[in-house]
Design a protein around this ligand. Sequence first.
Ligand code: EPZ
Length: 417
Amino acid sequence: MSKLIVAGRQKLSGAVEVQGAKNSALPILAAALLAKGENVLYHCPVLSDVEASCRVLRYLGCKVSRSSHTLIVSGSGAQRSDIPDELMRKTRSSIVFLGALLASSGSARLTLPGGCEIGRRPVDMHIKGLRALGALIREKHGCLECSAPYGLTGSKITLSFPSVGATENIMIAASTANGTTTIINAAREPEITDLAEYLNRCGAKIDGAGEGVIVIEGVRSLHACSHTIIPDRIAAATLMSCAAVTGSDITLKNVIQAHLGAVIPVFEEAGCRISCHECELRIIAPRRLKSFKTIRTMPYPGFPTDAQAPLLAAACTADGTSVFVENIFENRYRHVSELARMGANIKTEGRVCVVEGVPTLYGARVDATDLRGAAAMVAAGLCAESVTTVRGVQYLERGYENLEQTLCALGADVRKI
Ligand code: EPZ
């Protein structure tokens, strides 16, 4: 199991480019199943979760090749409609293939992704939405047996919660259904808008993505297209946390300021100066952050749950008390106990986490618990006294492309062994 050795008391400087968005690439790769011909996807990050989706596509019979950050996916080759358990377990986001499989082959067989480090991760809204489109879905021994013998038919679907994955699955399946589908209380994340833009480039007719109501007018078929994946707003927020926690002045390239609407004010409230110019964001952090008053994670455009862990790490040495309320996932504070091993003073009670800022953290051996928790460990290690060893780097590689190289390019001393 590889680990990261993070030297403490770091100061970062310079400029780095932010990777393409993992959570945009994954649903677009699933949707490519429907797009006949050669899809060219630019700015596709090199991540183990993306490679896992490419393995699923190849298993289903699609041709997938990569040249640097460009992925070429030929969607017309799908000959299978089942995803084996070992591929499903590689990344739970494979559930987003369900809608694409039903739409492209009229059947789908995959195991339930099951819970993960941050929560139970049910898929009831995915199933309910696809059934509303006419899919027959049976859950048996943790496996989903799905079919659409009469094709899929547009329908009006109201989500009880603006689930990102459920919105994606329904949008993909509805794009070639008979008739019109309306998704009410749809997720509004930028990755949803990016998926809709990709699908519309493929000939779909989707209106309202990014709003709470999305209308999809089914078309007969989709053709391949070229598309550039949007920047990863969570990777940007993570690098901002690394700068904030080390009192640094760095510039991020390939940033869409609007996607960080709930994140930028939080850093400014903590004493950072942030300036944006076109696709660049500069953050100048104070020697010591002021505390984050209260951060409540919410569906977009609220504060993103995926940025909670890295910012919580930054709060550990801030001056004062910071409060976090994790409203999206039920088990997303597992990084807290590891931060406490570095001297952080944190108390959690259910969804609430109270961080009393301490003057300094101390390097320690810590275990990454999930993708964003791993990033929190790295951020904490950058400001701690002495060296921090972060075990479980495989979590980091799921969502961050060469984070250690990016940090070294900013002057940090981070080594993978
Ligand atoms: C996506 O997960 C992201 N993953 C997550 O990023 C992100 O944290 C999450 O959206 C929220 O923004 C990808 O895009 C691959 P949800 P998803 O469906 O689609 C409950 C990361 O670190 N729910 O919006 O699974 C669910 O349990 C990952 O990059 C149901 O109850 O999120 C959760 O509590 C982590 N039933 C809440 O809704 C359902 O059918 C939000 O889930 C679906 C979801």
